[in-house]
Design a protein around this ligand. Structure first.
Ligand code: ZN
Length: 198
C-alpha cells in the first residue's frame, strides 16, 4: 500500500527558509560526486546508517537532470540534479531519499542484521513511512547536521517546527489511572439525565 505523502509541501516550504544560509554551490556532476564521496566517509553517518550511506561500493548514479525542472531521486540508486539545483542542500535532500529507500532493503555490502542492531544504528527506527514522512525528515536533518553543521541543522529544525513538519514519531500517550477515572466520570455525567430546574 502506498502511504500518502502528507507533509511534502510543508517540508518544501520549511527547507526553503533554511536554504538561505550555509549554501555551497556544487556546479558540476563531478563536484556533486566528490562531495557525496567525502560525506559518506563520515563516521557518525556510517554508524547510524551502515552501508546505506555508501556511494561507491553500493553505487549511486548521479544524472545531470537535463530537461528536468526538479531534482529527483529514483529508488535506491540514482539522483538527478538539474543545473539550478546544484548546491549542498538539494543534494542532501535527494541523498536522504536514497538512504531512506535503502533502509527498506537488504544491505549490498555488509550484513544488514549486523547493521540493524549495532548500537547507535537508526536503520530499524527510520525504516518505512511516506516519501517525505518523519523518517525521511529525520535522515535529512542528520545529513544536514553532519555534512553542513550544527547551526544549519538548528535552522532546518526551527523551520520544520514553524511549518509543522514532523521529524519524530507521534507520541502515543498512555493515560494514567487518575486520568482514566476522570474521563469515565465525565462520560457518566454527560449521559446522566439532567434534573429539570423547578
Ligand atoms: Zn523530496
Amino acid at each position: 500500500m502506498r502511504i500518502r505523502d502528507s507533509q511534502v509541501s510543508k517540508l518544501y516550504r520549511a527547507e526553503r527558509e533554511a536554504w538561505q544560509v550555509y549554501s555551497l554551490p556544487l556546479p558540476t556532476i563531478a563536484d556533486i560526486r566528490k562531495y557525496l564521496e567525502q560525506q559518506s566517509a563520515r563516521k557518525p553517518l556510517q554508524l547510524r546508517y551502515g552501508d546505506a550511506v555508501n556511494v561507491i561500493e553500493w553505487e549511486l548514479e548521479i544524472a545531470d537532470g537535463r530537461g528536468r525542472r526538479h531534482a529527483a531521486a529514483y529508488g535506491s540508486y540514482r539522483i538527478s540534479i538539474p543545473l539550478w539545483a546544484r548546491n549542498n542542500w538539494v543534494v542532501l535532500h535527494e541523498w536522504a531519499h536514497i538512504i531512506h529507500s535503502r533502509l527498506a532493503i537488504d544491505g549490498e555490502i555488509s550484513s544488514t542484521t549486523f547493521d540493524l542492531w549495532r548500537h547507535g544504528s537508526r536503520r530499524q527506527e527510520l525504516r518505512g513511512g511516506a516519501a517525505h514522512g518523519w523518517q525521511f525528515a529525520a535522515i535529512y536533518l542528520d545529513l544536514v547536521h553532519f555534512c553542513i553543521g550544527k547551526d544549519a541543522a538548528s535552522a532546518l529544525k526551527a523551520a520544520f517546527k514553524t511549518h509543522k513538519v514532523r521529524y519524530r514519531p507521534k507520541r502515543t500517550r498512555v493515560a494514567t489511572q487518575e486520568q482514566q477515572e476522570r474521563l469515565a466520570a465525565m462520560r457518566a455525567a454527560r449521559t446522566a439525565p439532567v434534573a429539570k430546574a423547578a
